[in-house]
Write a protein that binds this ligand. Sequence first.
Ligand SMILES: [Zn+2]
Length: 286
Amino acid sequence: MSEANHKALLPLPARLPVPIVDAHTHLDACGAKDAADVTAMVDRAASVGVMRVVTVADDLAAARWAAAAATWDERVFAAVAVHPTRTAAFSAADRAVIEELAARPRVVAVGETGLDYYWDYSPPQAQQEAFRWHIDLAKRVGKPLMIHDRDAHEDIYRILDEEGAPEKVVFHCFSGDADFARRCVERGYVLSFAGTVTFRNAKALREAARAVPVYQLLVETDAPFLTPHPFRGRPNEPYGAAYTIVDLAQLRGVDVAELSAAVTTNAERIFELSGDTESDFGGHES
Ligand SMILES: [Zn+2]
């Protein structure tokens, strides 16, 4: 994402009354390379109340980077997997690398994995095999499965049923309608909403976001992508999650502080995050 440079960043939103966690971001794709870059990015997020982030890998190099980044700053956690679009040649050696990284303590989820029927970089058969393998891995390491679902709701749902879903399943950037949201909720899955939920023309998605019990809700940026309204199309960073949660609170007719506290509790429970946000909050301002 060459356009994801600081020049074009969004204005900083107002600081949230209660801290939140960005449950899915790509710090590397946002332009971070080393520990100093990561800290600068998370400082920027923390200045508006986005205190912790889960940075997500989509290939082997990104997985190694994310696992390392999670050791550079206590506010950063990692998720590792091979993205469905990269599964055309997913070798045993690749699997061994993901497996080793997934077991590390700062790696809090297996993802993003799933199915992407929008792009055709990898045939559905290869994607499905890789998805099944990641489901099994999540169960073996006892960590949440973080799902990428693009135009593939029914196959994702069916394969999770066939394999037996891990104890914790997160649909990253949930993109279904209210009916699909209810079916996911029934299975105990957690739905994570990105900036797309703030788009005024995303009627079905906005309806879905109202149908999810607060206990099964997360917010994320998927930065540098999916920049929330009214900045759609510009590069995103984890602090953009503050715009999304304010919009989501409005949509659900609840208080921002209340919703923020709930999604933070959810993120802590699901990803077993360490670090006390209450005492951390405000601690990285200078
Ligand atoms: Zn992502």
